[in-house]
Design a protein around this ligand. Structure first.
Ligand code: AMP
Length: 284
C-alpha cells in the first residue's frame, strides 16, 4: 500500500475510488474502505481504493475542536492496509491550500443551509467541507467516492454538489457502524467524559423510539422527551425529508436527525423514519 502526500503519485495510478477522512480511523471508516475496495475491483478502477487523511482546518468553526482532533497516522495506515486500500493520500496543508493560489470555494448547495440543522450550530462548516472535498476530487481524480450515512446532511450536501457541478464522480453511501450499545462510532467518542458515556446511548435509543411513532410530530416529541430525561443537551432532534431535509412530505422517505452535546463533545446521529421494520409491518 502506497502512503503519499503527492497528488501526482495518486493520479499516475489512474482513476480510483476515494474515501475522504480526517484520520483517527475506526470501524466505521474501515467499513467505508472495504466498500471502496470492493467497488474499485468491481469497476476495474486501476487506482484501487484511495483513502485521504486530512484534518481540514476550513471546516472547523471551533478552534479547540481543531486543536484537539486526534492524529494517529501510523495506526490509520495499518487500518487502511487491513481494509484493502491501495493507497493513503495524506497531503500537507500547503498541497491542499497553496498560499499563492487558494482553491475556489464551490457554490454551497441549498441543502447545506436548512434552518435548524448543522448550519445553525456550525455556521460555515459545509462551505469548508465542500471546499475540501472538491479540492480532494481535483487532486485525486476519482471515478467514485464513498461517504458515510453517519453524517447524513453532509452526504446530501456532497450529492447535491456533485449533481449541481456536473462532477463525473459517482457518490456512494455506506451505512453507520455502531458500538455494541448503539452509539454511532466517531473519532470524537474518545473524548466523551466517562460520566456521560451511558447518557450517550440515549441518542440512538431516541432515534429508535422516533421510528416507532406514527407521525413526524410525535417522533420529534418522543426524541426530545427521551433525551431530556437522560440529561442530554439537545441541539436538534427532528424529522425531515431524507433528501431535501425540508419538512417531511407524505410518501417521501424521511430521516430522524439528532445533534447533541455531552460535556465537551458534540455528537450527531440519524436513522430512517419510520423504522424500516415498522414501515414493512404497516405495509404488510
Ligand atoms: P470523518 O473522518 O469523521 O470526517 O469521516 C470520514 C467518513 O467516514 C465520512 O464519510 C463519515 O460519514 C464516515 N463515517 C464516520 N463515522 C462513521 C460510522 N460510524 N459509520 C459509517 N461511516 C462513518
Amino acid at each position: 500500500m502506497l502512503l503519499t502526500g503527492s497528488p501526482e503519485a495518486i493520479q499516475s495510478r489512474g482513476p480510483c475510488v476515494l474515501v475522504p477522512t480526517m484520520g483517527a480511523l475506526h470501524e466505521g471508516h474501515k467499513a467505508l474502505i472495504r466498500q471502496g475496495a470492493d467497488l474499485a475491483e468491481a469497476q476495474n478502477a486501476p487506482g484501487g481504493c484511495v483513502v485521504t487523511i486530512f484534518v481540514n482546518p476550513t471546516q472547523f468553526n471551533d478552534p479547540a475542536d481543531f486543536a484537539r482532533y486526534p492524529k494517529t497516522l501510523e495506526a490509520d495506515a495499518q487500518l487502511c492496509r487491513e481494509a484493502g486500500a491501495a493507497a493513503v493520500f495524506a497531503p500537507e496543508v500547503g498541497t491542499v491550500y497553496p498560499p499563492n493560489e487558494p482553491p475556489p470555494v464551490p457554490p454551497l448547495p441549498e441543502v447545506a443551509t436548512r434552518p435548524g440543522l448543522e448550519d445553525a450550530f456550525r455556521p460555515g462548516h459545509f462551505a469548508g467541507v465542500c471546499q475540501v472535498v472538491h479540492r480532494l476530487f481535483d487532486l485525486c481524480k476519482p471515478s467514485a467516492a464513498v461517504f458515510g450515512e453517519k453524517d447524513w446532511q453532509q452526504l446530501q450536501v456532497i450529492r447535491a454538489m456533485a449533481r449541481e457541478q456536473n462532477l463525473p464522480i459517482e457518490i456512494v453511501s455506506s451505512p453507520t457502524i455502531r458500538e455494541p450499545d448503539g452509539l454511532a462510532r466517531s473519532s470524537r467518542n474518545r473524548f466523551i467524559p466517562e460520566a456521560d458515556r451511558r447518557a450517550a446511548t440515549a441518542i440512538s435509543q431516541a432515534l429508535h423510539l422516533a421510528g416507532e411513532q406514527r407521525s413526524p410530530a410525535e417522533a420529534e416529541t418522543a426524541m426530545n422527551r427521551h433525551l431530556q430525561a437522560a440529561s442530554v443537551a439537545v441541539e436538534y432532534a427532528v424529522v425531515r425529508d431524507a433528501q431535501t431535509l425540508l419538512a417531511p412530505a407524505a410518501d417521501r422517505p424521511c430521516r430522524s436527525l439528532i445533534a447533541a452535546r455531552l460535556g465537551p463533545v458534540r455528537l450527531i446521529d440519524n436513522m430512517p423514519w419510520p423504522d424500516a421494520s415498522r414501515s414493512s409491518a404497516s405495509a404488510g
